[in-house]
Ligand binder design. Structure first.
Ligand SMILES: C[S@@+](CC[C@H](N)C(=O)[O-])C[C@H]1O[C@@H](n2cnc3c(N)ncnc32)[C@H](O)[C@@H]1O
Length: 258
């Protein structure tokens, strides 16, 4: 008799995802909280949000737990992280919808189940988009958000080239922070590479990795458009306000109003 395989612990995959994201962004939870505070201050506690590059749904889950009347549509192009999120979180009693779409690609909006949102959010994702793709995405968001709706992007938003010293200082400060934070929990942190390698070894994700590899053949490099480039493109797309509302060096939250 062949040994029975244990059923996968999807919640553990999601938990380890959060740990590896925190390992390079130690202020990740503070940034999520700051973004949710802005959502509440601006929209109250009942709204529909579009989570762009949601990964396995870390931010959507936090939003839906904190705001029981909110809804989220989580968009991601990677079948591996989407499967983990879908298995670990489900659909939050109908409040969370998962969408497979490539942001900024022509026609991606047609995959959305609704076309009117109070807010769009994104965390650690849009730095993957090429400037032209990002411009297209911002124009699409201007159509998807209702007048007065908001966009919040928590990401690495770089200073301009002339401010390289500040960028170096920011990286050194994060290193100091990480060294100070060596608690027992710190030892559990998988880094990004270890997480992906162990996920790839999992028999439960074999099919998703086949599709992941097919889609990522020739995957673009991280683009890292400076903050000023984001603000310019948001304004061109028709956003009224576009300003930083939270930051730790280049780790920022950019807020824009439709
Ligand atoms: C570092 S992860 C962040 C995930 C999640 N937002 C979080 O904070 O944990 C970046 C995510 O963006 C997704 N992504 C990058 N470019 C994308 C695109 N053009 N369309 C859809 N998803 C994209 C990736 O698949 C990945 O899941």
């Amino acid at each position: 008799m062949s040994p029975r395989r244990r059923s996968p612990d999807w919640s553990r995959w999601l938990e380890r995802w959060d740990l590896q994201q925190e390992s390079f962004n130690p202020t990740r939870e503070a940034r999520f909280t700051a973004m949710m505070d802005v959502l509440e201050a601006r929209l109250g506690r009942r709204f529909t949000v579009l989570d762009l590059g949601s990964g396995p749904g870390s931010f959507s889950a936090r939003i839906l737990r904190r705001f029981p009347a909110a809804r989220s549509v989580a968009v991601d192009y990677d079948p591996v992280v989407r499967r983990i999120g879908q298995e670990a979180l489900g659909d939050f009693a109908g409040r969370l919808t998962w969408v497979d779409a490539k942001l900024g690609a022509p026609g991606w909006r047609s995959a959305l189940p609704i076309r009117r949102f109070d807010a769009a959010v994104s965390t650690t994702a849009l730095h993957w988009l090429a400037p032209a793709q990002l411009g297209r995405l911002y124009r699409d968001l201007a159509r998807l958000l209702r007048p007065g709706g908001v966009f919040l992007n928590g990401d690495h938003l770089a200073w301009d080239r002339s401010d390289r010293d500040l960028a170096r200082l920011g990286r050194s400060v994060i290193d100091v922070y990480l060294r100070r934070r060596r608690t027992p929990r710190r030892e559990e942190w998988a880094d990004w590479k270890e997480w992906w390698e162990s996920a790839r070894r999992s028999p439960d994700l074999r099919e998703e990795f086949r599709e992941h590899d097919r889609r990522n053949a020739g995957h673009p490099k991280e683009q890292d458009l400076p903050l000023s480039g984001h603000i310019r493109r948001l304004r061109t797309a028709g956003f009224r306000t576009a300003a930083v509302v939270w930051q730790v060096f280049e780790n920022r939250v950019l807020f824009a109003v439709r």
